[in-house]
Write a protein that binds this ligand. Structure first.
Ligand code: WTA
Length: 664
């Protein structure tokens, strides 16, 4: 353990580390309602709540009776103070263009754009789909929705038309906000074209607003499509934030689960903002003079919570970047840290491993001494990457907050909390739960496991940042998250009645009570920290005319955490070939998006299934990762797994031969 991160573990134990943290934990446990109302008082409420919590497991309503608005708390409260001219966003486009937006600038744009939405007939509760590159207009669009009480549904711009159409259809969005394109690694991404393809498959959308970003030619449909700048022209600033009930949905964010249909995670306004306010302070110890950079794309939850709402609630100065980390050269990030004197960097283990590959000389070219705190999120971080991050980027000086959380939890749940008290860090562990988070590791029967025993990570609910439901699907919400362990009385809890939230993650505790995350326990993949459901890729594959059945699994990848491997059976009349393999991979990329693109695809004559017909992806995962198969008693036909093994071996051999041929 490096001295730089605060304390040596042994020394720390002697000095009874964690005293302050424990004190906060106890306060939160003893009187959660009082604890959370203290935090909530830091926000602006048009009307104070009557009750902190109404809990009908698993449905929670936080700050019942309170009236609040997210856009007001992110902007109006700051423009009324000396912070009005403080920089809210330092933005850089990938080609190198730059913009600086103060709180006043952002407030103006949001007011005007919210008038645009109102004029288009957008009302409280309407859904607005946002499909944009990482430009300031993306948070502006979100905050404008929040201002009028419309529910935004941001769709990651790397998703393609099928994924976009599914999400638009499910939410019944009335308006889509997009751009004529975006830049990624020097290439133009045709967002509007994808929107047009998606809209051909949906019927709810009445208007499309198109931002000019790249100047590309796009088709504009008369009466439906409008340019952003045309609509904004002459719009007045007089657009008051609508006071909304605390439980009013702020947004829907679709995330992958174990079914083909993505889940529409719904977050409320009051509880969610309270959670973000608290975690920004505890985890990032955010201060007025910080320059904070969360590298996440706003299309994922990390961007919603820690690029947009969290930092703005605190009136912080953030950096936002449009493009790829290695464009035009691998030191783009380090150059930016030097340029803006960034003090907090929050990123993913995949990004760190990628930079490790480029080599530390790229970071060495720049002065990174402004950094004081580093963070990671999205996937387990291997100790080697942790140490590199700390030594090369943090100069051996900066603590690392390894933050565990999920789209569903709204904000960070398990993480070091230097804003309260820095506990000794252990590379690879997210350390301890934050105050008010009751995390346990349990076995199949819901009993807490012994130290170092692998089990399921569960959270005892409720907590203010939690999802409130799945969009128009409360039954799935109950079943997916709250039914596996039910009302478990062997776990002690302060809320009555207690309910056990199932995270879908494996974890273990060590004998200091530190939590180590051990990956997903379900069919969800983590590709470069992004959550992709195997079934979503399978559904895309079977939409191709040649494919009869498909099974998708993940394989460990040294940089991206996991890579996607697909097994397919073909319909009669179609034959396996290299051309078809390439075509199917392209097909997935075109319909779902390039992040869902399989890195390996095998043709087999049958898939391994149980006698009841369920595909045994667990076995395929073992085959592709060359690990033991484990229990195969439920397998219906053993030749299926043999065939998969042979297919994998064959490709390996072919690749080896190619390599030898190349080098000779
Ligand atoms: C994984 C991202 C290990 C985990 C914020 C979780 C992590 C899923 C960590 C949620 C971490 C997130 N260490 N694993 N620090 N953070 N995960 O919804 O499997 O995109 O369930 O939210 O990411 O992914 P999601």
């Amino acid at each position: 353990m490096s001295e730089a991160v605060g304390l040596y573990l042994e020394e720390a134990k002697r000095s009874s580390y964690g005293h302050k943290l424990r004190q906060m934990q106890e306060l939160a446990i003893r009187d959660p309602e009082n604890f959370w109302s203290e935090v909530a008082r830091n926000l602006y409420w048009f009307k104070t709540w009557d009750r902190v919590l109404e809990w009908n497991p698993p449905f929670a309503r936080w700050f019942v009776g309170g009236l609040i608005n997210a856009s007001f708390n992110c902007l109006d409260v700051h423009v009324r103070t000396a912070n009005r001219n403080k920089v809210a966003i330092f933005w850089e486009g990938e080609p190198g263009d730059r913009r600086v937006l103060t709180y006043m600038d952002l407030w103006r744009e949001v007011c005007r754009f919210s008038s645009v939405l109102r004029d288009l007939g957008v009302r409280k509760g309407d859904r607005v789909a946002i499909y944009m590159p990482m430009v300031p207009e993306l948070p502006i669009a979100m905050l404008a929705c929040a201002r009028v009480g419309a529910i935004h549904s941001v769709i990651f711009s790397g998703f393609s038309f099928e994924a976009l159409a599914t999400r638009i259809r499910d939410s019944g969005a009335k308006v889509v906000i997009t751009a004529d394109g975006g830049y990624r690694r020097g290439k133009l991404i045709q967002l509007k074209k994808t929107v047009d393809e998606a809209l051909a498959k949906t019927s709810s959308v009445q208007s499309v607003i198109v931002l000019r970003r790249t100047g590309s030619d796009v088709e504009m449909r008369e009466g439906r499509d409008f340019w952003w700048d045309d609509l904004m022209r002459g719009k007045s600033l007089d657009s008051q934030a609508t006071p909304l009930e605390s439980e009013h949905p702020l947004y829907i964010l679709y995330t992958s689960g174990t079914t083909g249909r993505p889940k529409g995670v719904v977050h409320d306004t009051g509880g969610y903002l309270v959670w973000l306010y608290a975690t920004m302070k505890w985890v990032f110890d955010i201060r007025p003079d910080d320059v904070y950079w969360c590298t996440a794309d706003i299309g994922w939850v990390t961007g919603h919570s820690y690029v947009v709402y969290g930092p703005l609630l605190h009136g912080a100065t953030s950096v936002m970047y449009e493009g790829a980390p290695d464009y035009p050269a691998p030191d783009r990030w380090w150059e930016m840290i030097e340029r803006y004197s960034i003090s907090i960097l929050y990123t993913t283990p995949t990004a760190i491993r990628m930079h490790m590959r480029f080599g530390e000389e790229w970071a060495r070219r720049h002065d990174l001494s402004s950094l004081r705190l580093l963070g990671t999120v999205g996937e387990p971080i291997n100790p080697e990457a942790w140490r590199w991050y700390q030594r090369v980027i943090g100069g051996g000086r900066c603590p690392i907050v390894d933050t565990w959380w999920q789209t569903e939890t709204g904000g960070i749940m398990i993480s070091p909390a230097p804003g309260i008290e820095l506990v000794p860090l252990k590379p690879g562990s997210a350390t301890l739960p934050l105050p008010g988070v009751h995390a346990e590791v349990v076995d199949e029967n819901g009993k807490p496991t012994k130290p170092y025993e692998k089990g399921y990570l569960v959270i005892l609910g409720p907590w203010p940042g939690m999802l409130t439901t799945l969009w128009e699907d409360p039954e799935s919400y109950k079943r997916i998250y709250w039914s596996k362990f039910g009302h478990n009385n062997s776990l002690n809890f302060h809320f009555n009645p207690p309910a056990v939230y199932y995270t879908g993650d494996y974890a273990m505790k060590d004998d200091d009570g530190y939590i180590w995350l051990l990956g997903r326990a379900d069919e969800v993949l983590k590709i470069a920290g992004h959550r992709i459901g195997t079934t979503e890729i399978e559904s895309a594959l079977v939409m191709h005319e040649a494919v009869a059945e498909a099974a998708v699994t993940g394989k460990p990848d040294p940089v991206r955490g996991e890579s996607i491997v697909a097994f397919v059976t073909l319909k009669p009349g179609f034959k396996p070939s290299d051309d078809l393999r390439v075509e199917l991979i392209k097909w997935v990329r075109r319909t779902v998006g390039s992040i869902a693109s399989p890195s390996e695809l095998y043709f087999v004559s049958k898939l391994p299934k149980t006698r009841s017909g369920k595909i045994m992806r667990r076995l395929l995962r073992a085959v592709v990762s060359s690990t033991p198969l484990g229990d195969v008693t439920t397998l219906e036909d053993e030749t299926s797994i043999k065939e998969a093994m042979e297919a994998v071996e064959l490709l390996k051999k072919a690749m080896m031969n190619n390599r030898t041929a190349d080098s000779s």
